[in-house]
Design a protein around this ligand. Structure first.
Ligand code: NAD
Length: 467
């Protein structure tokens, strides 16, 4: 009797969704809108691949180094794809790709330490570190590649496999990155899935996932934590920020103005740890506003593909509407735009770089995360008032203090309630440092060895000491 025919029903093709170029507002491509059964199959394969991947740390190191080389080789294609869907200038896309490769190399060479505890008992306790299993990474649209790398580099180095979901606003560069990484990694060790909601929610609550590492907004972070509670998976949340820059009265405004401007406006202000509020001594307030406004009025805004562009568009229509709305609200509250203040009259999601003054401290542009090219500059009369205001929101990602006397600046920085405080610059991170927000800005620690251990669990073996 002939063997029964295997099920030959053709695989159903995923639906697709449009991807929009923010510089034109037009759809230019599409990506798969993956179904729940496809996600189940991906998680299942990630689980099977885990058993081989976890077994050989030396092979992991080699594969991750090769992955870094492959990312660099694909730099031109990745940069073009990233700029087209995200909007950032090409030079910034190249920088993001360089950081993606650097993260892979950093974690390729990092290994957990086995420790032995001998505390007088007749046993040794040996602490070893074990991977968790398939890890889900969910990332936003502002730095799709480098934020994904901040998750997959430590997770894979630790011996886990990964299912990575980019934002539906920026799926294409991540899909391309997935195929580039696949040339260096064993099959199914890292899989990119794309789709609109509820794909992220399903991934976060999937019973086959042992760690959900999420970067995005505070409300979605809460939803992810709730979803992951279903399987009691570990959760790491890197959430929003509303970083303050506190300027001291001994600053030289001309000297710091460029650095301060770019700390707020890089990536069109769409940076979790951008400067989102400036506090200037009342005596210097007008000079600071003028210096920032002059830069906002002259910076070249355009498509990221144009080599002259320094500031691209806002990434998507919803974010543009939000930026417009908080700016309108601030003006209704009494603020004045020293530069910008409105959408640019051209196709695409362009908003004029905006410096706001006379902003009431309770206006949402101060108390919430604007996440766009709009910066309120507020005067203060005493340092205590400035520190209280800097610490006075629900966020606590980063903050900075700007002054000529570095000891004095550091003493003020020490009073900021946040994960990272900078002096005379903002948002520079070392690969080797811990990265963690306080208050609503996050749960768990990423970066450096802490990021590696965040993807591991301790396993302790007790054995009698030798006689
Ligand atoms: P978002 O929270 O809207 O989306 C983030 C990701 O979650 C996307 O992939 C999205 O598709 C997915 N998602 C949406 N709903 C979901 C759900 N119910 N369950 C699971 N996943 C879901 O954030 P965004 O608008 O893409 O990004 C901007 C935000 O990200 C800002 O608040 C910014 O500060 C924050 N951010 C934080 C960091 C950090 O390291 N702390 C870094 C970059 C950006």
């Amino acid at each position: 009797m002939p063997a029964p025919e295997p099920d030959r029903a053709p695989a159903r093709r995923s639906a697709r969704f449009a991807v929009i170029d923010p510089a034109t507002g037009e759809a230019f491509d599409e990506a798969p809108d993956q179904r729940p059964d496809e996600l189940d199959a991906v998680v299942d394969r990630a689980h099977r691949a885990w058993h081989g991947w976890r077994a050989d740390p030396a092979a992991r190191t080699t594969a991750l180094r090769r992955a870094a080389d492959a990312v660099e080789r694909a730099g031109d294609d990745l940069a073009r794809s990233l700029t087209r869907e995200q909007g950032k200038p090409l030079a910034e896309s190249y920088a993001e790709i360089a950081r993606t490769a650097a993260r892979l190399r950093y974690f390729a060479d990092l290994a957990p330490r086995t420790r032995r505890i001998t505390d007088g008992r007749p046993v040794h306790s040996e602490i070893r570190w074990r991977p968790l299993g398939p890890v889900a990474a969910i990332v936003p649209w502002n730095f799709p590649l480098q934020l994904a790398a901040a998750k997959f580099a430590p997770a894979l180095a630790a011996g886990n496999t990964m299912v990575l979901k980019p934002s539906p606003y920026t799926p294409l560069a991540t899909r391309l990155l997935g195929s580039v990484l696949a040339t260096a990694l064993p099959k199914d060790v890292l899989t990119v899935v794309t789709g609109r909601e509820p794909l992220g929610a399903r991934l976060a609550s999937h019973p086959g996932i042992r760690h959900v590492t999420f970067t995005g907004s505070v409300p979605t972070g809460r939803a992810v934590a709730e979803a992951a509670a279903a399987s009691l998976a570990r959760v790491t949340l890197e959430l929003g920020g509303n970083d303050a820059a506190v300027l001291l009265d001994d600053i030289d405004v001309d000297r710091i103005a460029d650095r301060l401007f770019w700390a707020a406006f890089r990536n069109c202000g769409q940076v979790c740890m951008a400067v989102k509020r400036v506090y200037a001594p009342a005596r210097l307030h007008a000079e600071v506003v003028e210096a920032l406004a002059q830069r906002a009025k002259t910076v070249v805004v355009g498509a990221g593909t144009d080599p002259d562009t320094r500031l691209g568009p806002v990434n998507n229509a919803a974010q543009l509407a939000r930026v417009e709305q908080v700016t309108k609200q601030a003006r209704a509250d009494g603020a004045r735009a020293a530069a910008g203040g409105r959408r640019l009259d051209r196709p695409g999601y362009f908003f004029a770089p905006t410096i706001l003054t006379d902003v009431p401290p309770a206006s949402p542009v101060v108390t919430e995360e604007q996440f766009g090219p709009v910066l309120p500059v507020l005067p203060y009369r005493s340092l205590d008032e400035a520190v209280d205001a800097a610490n006075g929101t629900g966020f606590g990602l980063g903050g900075s203090v700007w002054g000529t006397d570095l000891d004095r600046a550091e003493a003020v920085a020490d009073r900021l309630e946040c994960g990272t405080a900078w002096i005379n610059h903002h948002a520079e991170l070392s690969l080797a440092q811990p990265f963690a927000g306080v208050k609503n800005s996050g749960v768990g620690v990423a970066g450096g060895p802490w990021g590696l251990y965040g993807n591991l669990r301790p396993f302790v073996v007790h054995r009698p000491r030798e006689a």
